[in-house]
Write a protein that binds this ligand. Structure first.
Ligand SMILES: Nc1ncnc2c1ncn2[C@@H]1O[C@H](COP(=O)(O)OP(=O)(O)OP(=O)(O)O)[C@@H](O)[C@H]1O
Ligand SMILES: [Mg+2]
Length: 271
């Protein structure tokens, strides 16, 4: 574990972007994996850090297993579909439950940020656990984040919880880059009718109410879920599918948002 709490950017990493949510199970890990692959498809260098210590999903969703090797002082990340990966799941492959206190979680995340040889990356996406706990706090206090993306489902209760997460990041002075609404609707493969299973418009409503851009709306899709279980991101599994196109657009929207954010000149207040 890192013996002292270092702060400052990760050398070589241009943009560290956290993927967060208030509620669990809204699709953060699915979004992180598929966004990472869609960003990499544009030619960007991408890394993906699984900061969900209690429930790491990235090894399964990327279909990558193995033990990262240490080289000198640093740990070498694994790689899948050209994306550099680190997850506690690689280090505890036997699926044993992690029973750790908060400071140990914080230590693991600091180690993943500081002691992994990330190399030169345009984007390091960080898949967070749900809520507003140790992982979020440690991340925000360890490296400067370009920003955070908040994932939510469309119903009202999700919106209330998403706004709490958003409030936490604002309090921590982390820029909220945008909201992604997941499980927005379901198109029946037989009759092609669209059903709004979890209500509709929560993402747009939240975006307007909280003054944050809506980066995209992702429908429920069986192939996306199957791809997650099999370790086949949608751009690999079905590159010509409408879902792959949705993710390409989402990656474009996020990259553009990051570009604009990076150009933003800090407003110098006179007093
Ligand atoms: N748009 C979607 N269509 C179909 N299934 C989806 C979609 N998004 C996510 N899922 C499925 O929902 C489940 C939960 O998704 P995921 O693990 O990505 O959520 P999470 O927010 O990371 O959860 P946790 O809070 O536990 O980390 C997974 O089985 C995933 O495959
Ligand atoms: Mg997850």
């Amino acid at each position: 574990m890192a013996s002292e709490h270092q702060t400052g950017a990760i050398p070589g990493v241009k943009h560290a972007v956290a993927i967060a949510s208030g509620k669990g199970g809204v699709g953060k890990s699915t979004i992180s994996v598929n966004l990472a692959v869609a960003l990499a498809a544009t030619g960007a260098k991408v890394g993906l850090l699984d900061a969900d210590i209690y429930g790491p999903s990235i090894p399964i969703m990327m279909g990558v297993h193995g033990a990262p090797q240490g080289e000198g002082q640093k740990i070498q990340p694994l790689e899948g579909f050209g994306i550099k990966l680190m997850s506690l799941g690689f280090l505890m492959p036997d699926n044993s439950p992690v029973i750790w206190r908060g400071p140990m979680v914080a230590g693991a995340i600091q180690q993943f940020l500081r002691e992994v040889e990330w190399g030169d990356l345009d984007y390091l996406l960080i898949d967070l656990p749900p809520g507003t706990g140790d992982a979020q706090l440690t991340l925000a206090q360890t490296i400067p984040l370009t920003g955070v993306v908040i994932c939510m489902t469309p119903q009202d209760v999700a919106m209330r919880i998403a706004s709490k997460a958003l409030g936490m990041f604002r309090q921590l002075k982390v820029k909220v880059l945008g909201i992604i609404e997941n499980m927005s609707y379901f198109i029946c493969p037989h009759c092609h009718e669209s059903t709004e299973i979890f209500s509709r418009g929560g993402g747009r409503k939240a975006s307007e109410r909280l003054g944050v851009p809506l980066l995209g709306e992702i429908p429920l899709d069986q192939e996306l879920r199957i791809g997650g279980d099999l370790g086949q991101p949608i751009l690999i599994r079905a590159p010509e599918s409408p879902m792959a196109e949705i993710y390409r657009k989402l990656a474009g929207a996020l990259a553009e948002r990051i570009r604009v954010e990076a150009l933003a000149i800090p407003i110098i207040q006179s007093r």
